[in-house]
Design a protein around this ligand. Structure first.
Ligand SMILES: Nc1ncnc2c1ncn2[C@@H]1O[C@H](COP(=O)(O)OP(=O)(O)OP(=O)(O)O)[C@@H](O)[C@H]1O
Length: 361
């Protein structure tokens, strides 16, 4: 079984989060998402563009700005001493402290978020000054040096300005800033997509090394499922503002169940093994201003049947947690469609058998 926290004591418990973007057509971006994040675990969140990944991350870090509004749900942070902090109720100084000391976030496109007119020293120093006002100037300088060293940047770059740094270096500075107060959780939203693959890999290795030194948990968000399979302990697959599948990365790689996850796995190219036809997932994601009733994947799913459009399926424990009516014994007493059953049993990434979705014409 693979529901919450991967077995470790949770550091975050997220329950039934819903977020809307208000407007002439209100967008229901996140529609009831729950999970636990284990201490020190790497949780990957995957899904096509627009499925609500970033919105969920902003909600967890309490960084939503209008027109976004969290309409339901709770986030609880569990401190090592057993104290539970209701993150949704925090405000003022307590919220500011939470954001850097408990949960730090590296945003999508963060490397372009550095202030162009401030040196690296000034930007790192600002974070330290705001949160550790008792540090002397000397101590602050030492901490900046230490932080840059942690992310593999030589101290001489302290006086550098963002335009003098490569994309990879800027991203490392952002990661150093996120590490500044030794947070318990680091949320990385597409941290490496703008970088070339070699730099991407170096940065991922760096994050993993830092995690083994400091023991923080990671929520890693990307549409790149193959990358997540490699680096995550556990995975959440989102579609249409919902979690459609959740499980250990090894379980999902060896036997995913949801037709959408199978479709994503079927579109990952492989370097090894037999050549095979890659199947994209035809069709487009749902309009979240007017999401379909029932399972949001229904219009694109070759296994859809009558019950799929009736109600959003619950996450059922079928090895992974899967929200698909095909696996609901009350709806399918004889089990899922044979083709779905065999696709699920035989789709390690990079060696898909039958595609679970209709090939694109
Ligand atoms: N400021 C906004 N105003 C209105 N709708 C928004 C806003 N930001 C995001 N959305 C909508 O909310 C939904 C979820 O978007 P979100 O960015 O969370 O998805 P995502 O999975 O992170 O996508 P991406 O990988 O492209 O960042 C989408 O339908 C998007 O169009």
């Amino acid at each position: 079984m693979s529901s919450g926290g991967g077995g470790a004591a949770p550091v975050l418990s997220v329950r039934d989060i819903a977020v809307d973007y208000a407007g002439p057509r209100t967008v229901h971006a996140v529609r009831g998402v729950s999970f636990d994040l284990g201490r020190s675990e790497v949780l990957g969140i995957a899904g096509e563009s627009g499925c609500g990944k970033s919105t969920l991350a902003y909600a967890i870090a309490r960084l939503l700005r209008p027109p976004a509004r969290m309409t339901a749900g709770s986030v609880v942070f569990h401190d090592t001493d057993g104290t539970a902090i209701d993150v949704t109720a925090l405000s003022g100084e307590a919220l500011r402290t939470f954001r850097w000391r408990r949960v730090a976030m590296v945003f999508q496109g963060a490397m372009n978020a550095l202030n162009p007119v401030l040196s690296v020293r000034a930007q790192l120093g600002d974070v330290l000054r705001a949160h550790l006002p008792d540090l002397t100037r000397r101590e602050r300088e030492d901490r900046c040096r230490e932080l840059l060293d942690l992310v593999g940047i030589e101290a001489r770059w302290m006086s550098g300005y963002p335009h003098e740094l490569s994309g990879g270096m800027r991203q490392r500075v952002m990661i150093a800033m996120a590490m500044a107060l030794r947070p318990d959780v680091v949320i990385l939203d597409e941290p490496t997509t703008a970088l070339d693959v070699v730099v991407q890999r170096e940065i991922l290795e760096e994050i993993d090394r830092l995690r083994s030194v400091f023991g923080f948990a990671v929520i890693f968000i990307t549409h790149d499922l193959s990358l997540l399979l490699e680096i995550s302990d556990r995975l959440i697959i989102m579609y249409g503002g919902l979690i459609v599948e959740q499980g250990r990365a090894t379980e999902i790689q060896a036997g995913a169940h949801h037709p959408y996850t199978l479709g994503m796995l079927g579109s990952i190219p492989t370097l090894r093994g037999d050549r095979r036809v890659l199947h994209g997932i035809p069709g487009t994601p749902p309009d979240l201003a007017d999401p379909p009733s029932g399972c949001p994947f229904t219009p694109r799913c070759r296994y859809a049947f009558g019950a799929c459009g009736a109600a959003v399926p619950p996450l059922l424990d079928v090895g992974t947690l899967t929200a698909c009516a095909q696996y609901d014994p009350a709806l399918r007493p004889d089990g899922p469609d044979d083709a779905l059953g065999s696709a699920s049993a035989s789709v390690p990434a990079g060696s898909a058998a039958d595609s679970p979705v209709e090939p694109a014409s």
